[in-house]
Design a protein around this ligand. Structure first.
Ligand SMILES: Nc1ncnc2c1ncn2[C@@H]1O[C@H](COP(=O)(O)OP(=O)(O)OP(=O)(O)O)[C@@H](O)[C@H]1O
Ligand SMILES: [Mg+2]
Length: 240
């Protein structure tokens, strides 16, 4: 039977070297994310959220433990060998949007499809479809500096989704937005999750956003301290 876990981390440990000092970022982290899930990764600054997302996104490697993405154990594959997996299976959304400043909204969404050699007609169809879904059709020709923060993040969401990923990783996607825009961006991600069945993992400091997730992974000092359906988390427990 096909492995229903899109992400499986087994007893993962990760340290960073800072000069002669080793900084422990993750300790004995085991995580399973099931297909179609919508997971909030919540924890205070420095708790290891970005480190964990980087391991899941095959951007970095653990010191020990195993990492499997889409049922494939990637632990022993060098990072450059995983570029295809990143391009074809994963979508990334960042706190600072990370759009290419000299490209228009349309071209930003198109860019990863060019890298994937998607034929022109299909490329155009996918870009237009996703710009419409995130409600940025009218701004398609504008560059990022001509868009609001919320609009930029919508473009980044379209860019992540146009590649038809199985798993989208979003590192504090709403941290640079006001709370109302943040809630709307989260609603949009929830809607996309429901419509496409694509799996989402997003990190956040914001307790009001945890309630929108289906599952909560709470991390503290590099350890997972809670792994629960988000609905079961009482509000007073939700503070991170
Ligand atoms: N490149 C690095 N070199 C050295 N230490 C690092 C590096 N990246 C992260 N760390 C350390 O690892 C720990 C976890 O950092 P990480 O960035 O994963 O936390 P975070 O939960 O994403 O924090 P934030 O909410 O502020 O983004 C911290 O102690 C941090 O200082
Ligand atoms: Mg971080």
């Amino acid at each position: 039977m096909e492995d229903e876990a899109v992400v499986r981390l087994n007893s993962v440990t990760k340290s960073y070297r800072l000069g002669s000092v080793s900084v422990r970022a993750l300790t004995d982290v085991s995580v399973e994310v099931r297909r179609g899930d919508f997971v909030a990764l919540a924890g205070p600054s420095g708790s290891g959220k970005t480190t964990l997302l980087n391991l899941i996104g095959c951007i970095d490697k653990p010191d020990s433990g195993r990492v499997a993405i889409g049922g494939v154990d990637v632990t022993d594959s060098p990072l450059h060998r995983l570029a295809g997996l990143r391009l074809n299976t994963l979508g990334f959304i960042f706190q600072t949007f990370n759009l290419v400043p000299v490209l228009t909204a349309y071209e930003n969404v198109e860019y990863p499809l060019l890298m994937k050699n998607v034929p022109r007609r299909e490329r155009d169809e996918r870009v237009r479809r996703w710009l419409a879904k995130v409600d940025i059709e009218a701004q398609a020709k504008q560059r990022p500096d001509q868009l609001s923060g919320g609009q930029r993040q919508r473009v980044a969401i379209a860019r992540a989704m146009a590649g038809d990923p199985k798993l989208v990783l979003a590192d504090e996607p709403t941290a640079n937005l006001d709370s109302e825009t943040a809630a709307r961006i989260l609603d949009l991600l929830v809607e996309i999750n429901r419509a496409t069945g694509c799996t989402f993992v997003f990190s956040t400091h914001d307790t009001s956003l945890i309630a929108r997730a289906r599952r909560l992974l709470r991390i503290r000092d590099g350890r997972i301290v809670q792994h629960a359906p988000a609905g079961e988390v009482r509000q007073e427990e939700a503070f991170v």
